[in-house]
Design a protein around this ligand. Sequence first.
Ligand code: PEP
Ligand code: MN
Length: 355
Amino acid sequence: MEQPLQKKKPIIIAGPCSAETREQVHATAHELSRSAHITAFRSGVWKPRSRPGSFEGIGVDALEWLKEVKTLYKLPLAVEVATPEHVEQALKIGVDYLWIGARTTSNPFSVQELATALAGCTCTVMIKNPVNPDIELWIGAIERFLKTGNSPVMAIHRGFYPYEETLFRNIPKWELPIELKTRMPDIPLICDPSHIAGNRELVPEVAQYALDLNFDGLMIESHIDPDSALSDARQQLTPQRLIEMLDTLHFRSSEAEEFSMGELDNFRNQIDSIDAQIIELLAQRMDVTRKIGEYKAKHNIAAFQLNRWKKIIRSRMETGSLLGLSKSFVKKMLQSVHKESIRVQSELMKQHEKK
Ligand code: PEP
Ligand code: MN
């Protein structure tokens, strides 16, 4: 069942993380082409992997398979490029969308080289956010393309490297794309829920959240046999599941957008995202508190240590004050956190004594 997508047609880019074989590319594209929602077929051909030895993509040979897909299924193509040679090869087969990956956006030299290589081209360029949550770096990369070329430019939000283990593979930090939209309202912004979620169960939830924040579309990874994918296996959806998801997602209408996505909503959405991160950090802090509690119980050390506590209060109040927070607020907040930590540690110690 295909649900009409209401007035504002979102940009939906779908396809495998990587092109692996001719059969896999064809089968995935064939299934996806059944949906009227798909704007373009994505596929990684050169894969930027964190560690050497992982599957690094098929390279130019895979471009031939993509060219066939475009002819057979009338699907525009989207490919990731990281060097001017990639751009040249991708343009040769008539790619319609080029995207700059998170690792490449992080390097202004590479971004400038790509912007220069694309100067005469009119295909759409999509710039993923850099790996680290640096909004200026993201905006800077977008500006390099706007300055140098004539290509329409879009931004892709794919989350940020989390440093600590979190629910998501990459933390969404929604306050950043919202700020990007506020500062560059004319740049279409799409969300990549696959790389944010990191597992297929969470993809629909992240996708819906992005639509609720009025993103202009989605880039979603889809593989004909996700479990056997050579990259990002856990986060890819079968084309069938992806189409079902598109049918159940709620797409906002443009009237609703004018009505409710004002400045106040933007700020509230930023606050929601920041609060979620504060709570996640508090939970991480409490995990460490528990480990300290175990240690104290084992070595018979009291839960409350006056000198350590005094140091904590002093240093946090100084940091807070440098950041414009009142000392009394920081103190009250820490007292509350500390009280809970002591309670948790005392509980642990009691349990330890019972053993
Ligand atoms: C990808 O889209 O498959 C990819 C490598 O993404 P990112 O640059 O966001 O990690
Ligand atoms: Mn991927």
